[in-house]
Design a protein around this ligand. Sequence first.
Ligand SMILES: O=C(O)CCC(=O)C(=O)O
Length: 237
Amino acid sequence: MAVSGGLLGAAGYRSLPSWCTPAYARARAAELVAAHQAARTEVVRNPHRNAEWAQAVVRAPRLLGAVQDLIGRDVAVENTLLVLKWPYQNCEVPWHQDGINDRVLLDPKGSVAAWLALTDAGRANGCLHVIPGSQRGGYLPYGPEPGTRVQRGRPIGARVAKDTWGVPMAVAAGSGLLMDVRLLHRSLANVSEKARLGLNIRYVAPGAVTMRDGSSPSLDPVSGTGWQSMKGRRTGS
Ligand SMILES: O=C(O)CCC(=O)C(=O)O
């Protein structure tokens, strides 16, 4: 059924309770904190390509089932990003839309973004803020914004008024959000003593990815048979 506003309805997002247990999420977070604390790593790109924990997470049955309900049985991961916000660290991710950047353009009818909390995420430690309904404006012009430290999605600048706050999305460890890939969202600094770890995943159906340079997309199929004609585990380059 066509839904005005897109796959996720008028608001453009939905909560995803319990894609795993809080204990499971916190155990993964503790391992990641131990691995990355010394270097204070803020971003790990595409952990689903080589880390077992992320390969399991992108296939978590409740998560995958919810994604399939939205985009169909053939699902691939286009991209993942682990963001680690250390206590009292100013690691902000500016306003952006997940479905557009210098590299890719995602069809909002065949793609969905998931943001998964590995720790509890609230206002103090830098949870996501969203602008409900912003997906209805479609993709906006974007460009790099001086002074932003995490190069993810792209800040929108002029099209989002400077004083736009958005709605903070507190999410407990083991739960998450599903978002329209055009939904404007961001996250602010961690001003607490608690680390905040979250995994962003872009899921796509066949044909939903356009590469800006005309190349074939590099995808990791996680369900369905529609990918079988493509050789190897990863499709594309
Ligand atoms: O985890 C965050 O703070 C933001 C991540 C995000 O918005 C993204 O990866 O698209």
